[in-house]
Design a protein around this ligand. Structure first.
Ligand SMILES: [Zn+2]
Length: 484
């Protein structure tokens, strides 16, 4: 994100007192499927290839304008990791008719908000403003799509910001290197292995010409999706969209697309990673999962929630609360357009080693995959997931996000009206089938993460003479080499 570095997985540690949640006895009524009203969207494509999806919601006098560009970390040029992320920042700099950061004046200064985030497959820009500011915001989005000022000063300043985000969120965080190692250790071939946040040395090596070429290649109407959700008049919207976006030319050059396939794993592998400040050892187990479009994605989503969603989840109750061997546990499925990554991880407590943690994660996963899953537990988890999604969709920005994800990951805005049904239809047998297929019977990568070895003990007299400063967490660029 622009103001917070995007980390695919959060690395926060929670050390709150464990409170066990009694097994809920949900009534049959609660366990029944929740009927979700569909998002009534309009979907049109302009002659220049720009797709525009809009959803009306007049419950508040606000409107969300979002632009999703079909470019993400996987599209970073070879040796230029972090370009998609760099552009997320550059888009807030000057254009032909906007000064640096004027986008904030058009949103925050009228009571709205704006932000952006870069992912493996997509970069999205999203704002919400009072609905009488809609026309101005559409103009501003069209302006930065077509007239961005990619100059040396903007490039230098935003490159420094992205590099600082890397230092802050990867190098300075005791577990930053751990979470950042999941993708490069898990993918052997697909560019997902390079992550999203960037690489200090590669960004340093970039030139203004590289950056301009990247912009010309991906920031264009036929590679963008405009989403407008909230309080607007459809005919007015069409008129403004045509006026401001319709005139932007579609480039003649094709848009390069990643067509690399990640090969199936043939064996289990273990990597031992270290960091300069690792108070407690950690372990991650990773498996190649299905892409977002797979019919198995919903069942894996429910399996992940059973294992690690909240303090009443299985991994939390077992590793953190009962056994007291972990400080923090997680199970993520991260489905993307070309592949998916399933990760179980734990940060230790009370002297637990990576091997102990891995065995405990394995045991809980095996139990979930083989023993009957109580109906009330399954119902509770599905209700948690549906509630989270419905809460998000209460706002124009959340409705827009649901549409954007449906288009990017499923190629169809209508998926936003099917996904919660798919989630609620997941059975205990589905959960166990996908766990067996993608986890239990699959080849895995183990990442052990521990404190790096201290320097060899040196006699006191020598130590004083040779004392060198302790390498700072935001030290020289070589630290970025922690990525393989
Ligand atoms: Zn950023």
């Amino acid at each position: 994100m622009r103001r917070l570095a995007l980390l695919v997985l959060g690395s926060c540690m929670t050390a709150t007192a464990a409170v066990p949640v009694a097994s809920p006895s949900l009534s049959a009524a609660v366990a029944e499927a929740v009927a979700v009203p569909p998002l009534a969207f309009r979907d049109r494509t302009l002659a220049n290839g720009l797709r525009v999806v809009s959803v009306q919601d007049h419950s508040s006098p606000t409107v969300s304008v979002q632009v999703w560009y079909g470019v993400g970390g996987k599209d970073d040029p070879a040796g230029r990791s972090g370009f998609a992320h760099l552009f997320e920042h550059l888009m807030f700099k000057s254009t032909k008719h906007l000064a640096n950061e004027q986008f904030d004046r058009l949103t925050e200064d009228v009571g709205g908000t704006n932000n952006a985030s870069t992912h493996e497959d997509v970069t999205n820009y999203y704002a919400v403003v009072p609905s009488n500011h809609l026309e101005r915001l559409l103009w501003a989005e069209a302006e930065r799509m077509s007239n961005l000022d990619v100059n040396d000063a903007n490039f230098q300043s935003e490159r420094a910001v992205v590099q600082e985000e890397y230092r802050q969120h990867v190098l300075a965080d005791p577990y930053g290197r751990f979470f950042e190692s999941f993708a490069p250790r898990s993918y052997t071939t697909h560019p997902y292995r390079h992550g999203v946040i960037g690489d200090i040395a590669q960004l340093d090596a970039a030139t203004l010409a590289d950056v301009r070429a990247f912009h010309a290649t991906y920031y264009r109407p036929d590679n963008a999706l405009v989403i407008v959700a909230g309080d607007f008049d459809p005919s007015e919207l069409d008129r403004w969209v045509d006026r401001y976006f319709g005139a932007i030319a579609r480039p003649q050059t094709p848009i390069p697309r990643v067509d690399v396939r990640e090969p199936a794993r043939t064996r289990d592998t273990t990597f031992r990673e270290t960091g300069p400040n690792v108070p407690l050892p950690a372990v991650a187990l990773t498996w190649l999962g299905p892409s977002a479009r797979s019919p198995d994605a919903a069942a894996l989503h429910v399996a992940a929630a059973l294992l690690a969603e909240g303090d009443s989840s299985r991994l939390y109750r077992s590793l953190v609360y009962r056994q007291e061997i972990a400080q923090y546990v997680g199970f993520s499925i991260d489905p993307t357009t070309d592949a998916g990554l399933v990760v179980a991880y734990a940060i230790g407590a009370n002297g637990a080693t990576p091997a102990t943690l891995a065995a405990a994660l394995d045991a809980e996963i095996a139990k979930l995959a083989s023993r009957p899953i109580p109906a009330a537990e399954l119902a509770k988890v599905k209700l948690q997931l549906v509630t989270q999604e419905l809460e998000e969709r209460e706002t124009p920005i959340g409705k827009g996000m649901a549409i954007g994800e449906a288009v990017v990951y499923h190629g169809d805005p209508a998926f936003a009206n099917r996904d919660l049904g798919e989630l609620q239809a997941v059975s205990a047998a589905d959960v166990q089938r996908v766990l067996r297929r993608y986890v239990i019977d699959a080849k895995r990568v183990t990442i052990e993460y521990t404190q790096e070895k201290q320097r060899k003990a040196t006699p006191r007299s020598l130590r004083q003479a040779k004392a060198t400063p302790h390498p700072a967490a935001d030290g020289p660029p070589r630290a970025a080499g922690s990525k393989p």
